[in-house]
Write a protein that binds this ligand. Structure first.
Ligand code: ADP
Ligand code: MG
Length: 699
């Protein structure tokens, strides 16, 4: 145990009370934790500004001037000492609420001071509350020439005299106690050299106390690199471990089911992306190790057929498959489209959802155990809980971002050798996220749409233009097409959502009288059967319009629908908008997406709408989404420890991340057990860090 693991109360100037606060407020338990509490900025104390330069955007500032005088004003809690400082350009108010007596004794009217602090405006005049004051002695005072660190802190700590700058004093004390050898290098020498990285001790020292901006940048670069590199090495080792250690059922051959379907019943030519992914799946499932593959394909890229072909591959090898969907509607749709694709084939496929009747359910459960069913399609919940299989070989999860880790784990119990897992998502994940949050999975990307699709035209319209929008929808319907009207789901209140939707429904009816138009509706309050009936009527073309909430968001496939009207679109997130838009543009006809908003739209919402109008590319949208919201908010990644970087950001440090990954891959390729002399420090470091990170482990 080195000095760095000493409890924080052992640091001079800390003591039990402050230690307690540091633990509670900032999770600082040890010396090392304090070193890892990085400054969020440095203040350049080499610079002296003029008072006239202060504006509402100014943050910390240093000025020099003469003290004109001071007085004590206010009573009790608003009692304060106010002093006036004058330089060539103006006058600055300095205010103290605490330590008034002491300040009064120490301030000399008429003397010159160097003043430092955070500026603010009070009654339109610039002021600094509790500035640091230093008398300028014209013979000896040199203006300090260093960059002083300012740390993130909390209100409670400030009240205990640990503001953003005072924390730096503790760090300074700490650096007086530790030596370079206390912070041994953990990266191999050749890697440091190749990437021109400074050593670990220097990096820590300079990230806190740089002499120049340049030094700071170098230190930061090294530490960010380390963070990303360590994470990539770890993920790489997990991946390797899984590839090597897991057992998986072997799909050794491509047989009759696959070939017959492929040669005789495939309704179209596969895209190159579909072929590539199938090849990846084929390779994965033949190796004797469990496949754990994430398939990202933009909406409409044709993931269903990839799922079907993979299931046929399982059947060829004597294994059962299941396909799970997040909603009942989608499960039914999958069931219907797979059944119809398979109608000429001798394949047993069943649907199992919450609304499957008891007798039928019993029969399905029995038949699954007897091995007479090849494929079962259902909702997540149903398949996780009750179903036992004779020999499940492949589990496909559609729309992964709604499928939790625990749910996935439940699948493992269904077979002695865990089934291969294919997780499909139509919410594209930016590459940087895929490399971090999902870095322990293998992933495939389908970045190609089937031929003949026309890009969807997306426009933004304000409420005032509703009549025109409705006319446009009428024209489309007159051409034989169908339209969606989608209303936001109000998360806090099902009742409000429902009322909103009903109002919307009435409004739609007022433009599209029932005597002439058929309108379907789907919402959360309906039972599965009602939903299905309504959905089916629309899917079969018996109604012209589908009014709904985001229940229909995922996966629904009605190729004849060409208009998607999204009401109050400012209330939707980017990936949701993209998903919804993906419900149209699925056939040969030109499709449109109309984003309606009220007249007041926040800047963020405007940005989202602008992006939607500018591109149909789900990957670009995902990148933007990540930029706008930050990684913490991206669905499905919230619990992922993989994103808890202290310094690096997967939004801003893309290039560095790529570099770190390349270096990590190179290292693992070269010395996967980290036994080479030069890699021993890294191996030791990883060992000591064990348990500190929780990965989004899927297997
Ligand atoms: P998603 O990836 O969004 O799940 P689907 O699997 O629902 O997409 O496919 C969208 C539509 O594209 C379906 O109507 C499907 O039949 C069609 N499709 C899929 N692959 C191809 C292809 N290679 N060529 C032509 N149409 C295809
Ligand atoms: Mg789909």
């Amino acid at each position: 145990m080195g000095i760095l693991s000493s409890p924080i109360e052992y640091l001079k100037g800390v003591g039990p009370l402050r230690a307690d606060m540091l633990k509670k407020e900032l999770n600082i338990f040890t010396f090392e934790d304090l070193l890892n509490h990085f400054p969020n900025r440095h203040v350049d104390k080499t610079k002296v500004n003029t008072i006239a330069e202060i504006n509402p955007q100014t943050d910390f500032i240093q000025v020099a001037g003469r003290l004109l005088g001071y007085e004590i004003i206010g009573e009790k809690r608003s009692k304060r000492l106010v002093a006036l400082l004058k330089d060539k350009t103006g006058i600055l108010e300095l205010t103290w609420f605490q330590g008034i007596n002491w300040m009064q004794k120490n301030l000399t009217v008429g003397a010159d001071y160097l003043v430092f602090g955070k500026t603010g405006f009070f009654n339109g005049k610039p002021q600094i509350v509790h500035p640091e004051m230093e008398a300028i002695n014209h013979q000896t005072t040199e203006i300090k020439s260093f960059l002083e660190p300012v740390y993130p802190t909390t209100e409670k700590l400030k009240a205990r005299g640990l503001n953003g700058r005072q924390l730096g004093k503790l760090t300074q004390v700490l650096f007086q106690q530790i030596l370079a050898k206390d912070m041994a290098e953990n990266l191999p020498a050749d890697l440091l050299q190749r990437n021109k990285l400074i050593n670990r001790y220097q990096a820590y020292l300079k990230v806190h106390f740089p002499s120049t901006i340049d030094e700071y940048e170098q230190a930061l670069y090294r530490l960010k690199f380390e963070e990303l590199f360590i994470a990539q090495v770890r993920l790489g080792l997990i991946r390797l471990q899984r590839h090597r250690a897991s057992r998986g059922v072997i799909f050794e051959k491509v047989g009759n089911y696959f070939n017959t379907f492929y040669n005789r019943h495939l309704p179209f030519q596969l895209t190159n992306a579909q072929k590539r992914v199938l090849k990846e799946i084929r390779t994965d499932t033949a190796r004797g190790h469990q496949m754990n593959r994430l398939l990202q394909g933009d909406v409409g890229s044709g993931k269903t057929i990839v799922a079907l072909l993979s299931m046929l591959l399982a059947a060829d090898n004597g294994y059962q498959s299941c396909l799970m969907a997040p909603t009942e509607i989608l499960a039914q749709q999958h069931f219907q489209s797979l059944s119809s694709l398979l109608k000429e084939m001798n394949v047993e496929i069943r649907l199992l959802t919450g609304s499957t009747k008891a007798a039928e359910r019993r029969e399905i459960l029995q038949d699954l155990l007897d091995d007479t069913i090849h494929f079962v399609v259902g909702t997540h919940a149903v398949i996780e809980e009750v179903v036992q299989f004779k020999n499940l070989g492949l589990a496909i999860v559609d729309e992964q971002h709604r499928f939790g880790v625990a749910q996935r784990a439940a699948l493992w119990k269904k077979a002695i050798i865990p089934p291969h897992i294919l997780v499909m998502t139509a919410t594209p994940i930016p590459r940087t996220l895929a490399m971090t949050a999902y870095g322990d999975l293998d992933y495939s990307v389908m970045d190609e749409l089937p031929p003949g699709r026309q890009p969807i035209t997306t426009v933004h319209r304000y409420e005032q233009a509703r009549a025109k929008v409705m006319d446009f929808v009428k024209e489309e319907i007159a051409k034989g097409r169908q339209a969606y009207f989608i209303y936001p789901l109000i998360e806090e209140s099902e009742k409000l959502s429902y009322e909103d939707l009903m109002q919307g429904y009435e409004q739609v009816k007022s433009f599209f009288p029932e005597s002439k138009y058929g309108i379907s509706m789907v919402h959360g309050k309906m039972n599965a059967e009602q939903k299905d009936t309504n959905m089916q009527r629309f899917a079969r073309g018996e109604t012209h319009i589908m009014v709904g909430t985001t229940v229909i968001e995922v996966g629904v496939n009605v190729p004849n629908a060409t208009v998607m009207v999204i009401e109050s679109s400012e209330k939707f997130g980017l990936s949701q908008l993209h998903q919804l838009r993906g419900r149209v543009g699925r056939g040969r006809e030109k499709s449109f997406c109309i984003l309606l908003t009220g007249s007041k739209v926040s800047e963020d919402a405007k940005e989202r709408i602008k992006i939607m109008c500018a591109t149909n590319d789900g990957f670009k949208i995902a990148e933007k989404d990540l930029e706008l919201r930050g990684p913490g908010d991206i669905e499905g990644t919230r619990q992922s420890g993989a994103l808890n970087f202290k310094l690096a950001s997967i939004v801003n440090d893309k290039v560095l991340l790529e570099l770190a990954k390349a270096e990590a891959d190179r290292l693992i390729e070269d010395d996967e057990s980290l036994q080479q002399e030069k890699n021993i420090p890294l191996a030791n470091f990883l060992h000591t860090q064990k348990g500190k990170t929780m990965w989004s482990k899927i297997s």
